[in-house]
Design a protein around this ligand. Structure first.
Ligand code: HEM
Length: 508
């Protein structure tokens, strides 16, 4: 009896523990918000053809996303397909569906949610539901481009002098990181003037916030989702991310406090921080909030814009025949305008075109227009996208479509000047339409793309005017980009030989 009683007691204790474990697991599972993926019948998954399993395809996608996306786009052109991914299969949608979804309600077609998913936003703090920075970028930043360009020019000169000092002799340097520093400084000048752009700790934080967040996200993805809340604490990047926020607070809050004491009759600074301060509503007015958002904006602005001139520089080193034409366009424009102001930059049509062509081959993002569909959504032709599906557009594959870009495999630096002669705006570098989706599309299309376009043109102009450049003798091919899932990072180890030109800086 006693034996049976203790056996029953033991079983009861075991059962209670089991129930408790199941409840905890269920609660944790719910708290992660992850549901079992519902696939759309008949929609193919790229990479699982033949004997390949879904797990194989997901693994292959990590490093071969570019080829697999192109494969899917070519095979199922005009129709949807899934790309395999450890995060769950992502649904690539054709342009007709993009058009329908471009202005869907934010809560039904969630853009910020993709940051939380892809960059583990809960831990990396990447992604923010505040609309303050996109609001300000769409309005004040874009309206003020002409006014802020002189300070951008000055910062380019100063940061080039520090990051890439001019030398009479050919000097071999790895350029990628130096361009990140230049762009971080130039962006910071636009964010908050020289108080930010010359503040080394701030500039380092804006660069490394993205790097640490990216590394942490990759590490966390290798850990089962349930364990991430616990495991995240042991990764050093977690502490580094907190330190970047602390730097942002320490640097920005005093700037904002000083600005409050400026006499009313004094002209307000013309920078992003000031525009955000003026536009902020409710909790957005808190200085600590503004510092957090400014750091997050640096994530959107810096590595994205720094990748473009590096990739174009690599292109020009393998195709030096473009350099003379670009320099003579610059000469003509400088002669006409005397300086690189907004109108002058708009006249750099060949430069604009080659930037776009370079981006067509090596964009930073292979997929754009990424959104999470938060409720079952039926489109006009009856196609239903289940709740929880992450959608996107294979933007790079689209830019290789021969129906949109004749002879797409050929690098034709000035192809967009030719079609642009008909006055088609859609062919500009900063265009956002159904055939040019590098900057996304619709409600969330990159609001910083016009600034980015000016900034990249100015950086390339400065480079072309002041430096000769070539690859070292030993390099026979263009350095390949590093594919990390759907991102294509410019090669960070490649070196370039640079030499001072009989310098003109910018002046005519
Ligand atoms: C070449 C450089 C850049 C590239 C390739 C790029 C690309 C993108 C893309 C693909 C999106 C998502 C669009 C969509 O899904 O529809 C985006 C959003 C965004 N970008 Fe950029 N971007 C660049 C530079 C910048 C710069 C310089 C800024 C700020 C000054 C910026 C600020 C933003 C913001 C705030 C958003 C979010 C918009 C929203 O929440 O509605 N970007 N960008």
């Amino acid at each position: 009896m006693t034996h049976l009683q203790s056996l029953l007691d033991g079983s009861f204790a075991l059962l209670t523990s089991l129930v408790a474990i199941i409840l905890i697991v269920a609660a944790l599972y719910r708290s992660t918000g992850k549901r079992r993926q519902e696939y759309i019948p008949g929609v193919p998954i790229i990479g699982v053809e033949g004997n390949a399993s879904l797990a194989d395809a997901r693994e292959r996608f990590r490093n071969n996303a570019k080829e697999m996306l192109l494969d899917g786009y070519t095979k199922y052109k005009g129709g949807p397909f899934y790309v395999p991914s450890p995060l769950g299969e992502r649904l690539m949608i054709p342009p007709k569906y993009v058009e329908e979804l471009k202005s869907a309600a934010v809560e039904d077609c969630d853009f910020v949610g993709t940051f939380f998913e892809m960059f583990e936003g809960r831990y990396t703090t990447m992604g923010d539901r505040s609309t303050l920075h996109p609001r300000v970028a769409k309005t004040q930043l874009n309206m003020s481009l002409g006014d802020i360009l002189p300070s951008v020019r000055e910062e380019i000169e100063d940061s080039f002098r520090e990051a890439l000092p001019l030398c009479d002799e050919w000097t071999e340097v790895a350029v990628a990181d130096r361009f990140v520093t230049i762009v971080a400084r130039v962006s910071s000048r636009m964010f908050g003037g020289t108080e930010l752009s010359r503040h080394t700790e701030w500039v380092d934080s804006t660069i490394n916030f993205a790097v640490d967040g990216f590394v942490l996200a990759q590490k966390l993805k290798a850990v089962p989702e349930l364990l991430r809340p616990l495991v995240s604490r042991i990764f050093p990047e977690m502490k580094k991310i907190s330190a970047h926020h602390e730097t942002a607070r320490k640097v920005i809050v005093p700037i904002l406090e000083r600005r409050e004491t400026l006499p009313k009759q004094e002209a307000k600074p013309r920078d992003f921080l000031q525009w955000m301060t003026d536009e902020a509503k409710g909790v957005e007015k808190k200085k600590s909030f503004l510092s957090k958002i400014q750091l997050k904006l640096s994530f959107a602005a810096i590595h994205t814009s720094a990748a473009a001139p590096v990739q174009l520089l690599y292109d020009l080193c393998v195709m030096p025949e473009y350099v003379t034409t670009l320099r003579s366009e610059l000469d003509q424009v400088l002669q006409e305008y005397g300086e690189l102001n907004k109108q002058a930059l708009a006249k750099l049509e060949k430069m604009d075109s080659i930037m776009k062509e370079s981006q067509r081959f090596n964009p930073l993002l292979l997929i754009t227009f990424e959104r999470i569909i938060t409720k079952n959504t039926t489109l006009s032709d009856g196609f239903t996208i289940p709740r929880g599906t992450t959608i996107g557009v294979p933007a790079q594959a689209l830019s290789m479509d021969p129906d949109l870009y004749p002879d797409p495999e050929r690098f034709d630096g000035f192809r967009f000047v030719k079609t642009g002669e008909k006055g088609a705006l859609r062919e500009q570098y900063a265009a956002s339409n159904l055939r040019s989706m590098a900057f996304g599309y619709g409600r969330h299309a990159c609001p910083g793309r016009f600034f980015a376009s000016c900034e990249i043109k100015m950086i390339m102009s400065y480079l072309l005017l002041n430096y000769d450049f070539k690859f070292p003798e030993a390099r026979k091919e263009r350095p390949s980009s590093a594919a990390v899932e759907t991102q294509l990072l410019p090669n960070h180890d490649a070196t370039i030989c640079l030499r001072q030109r009989p310098s003109r800086v910018w002046a005519n």
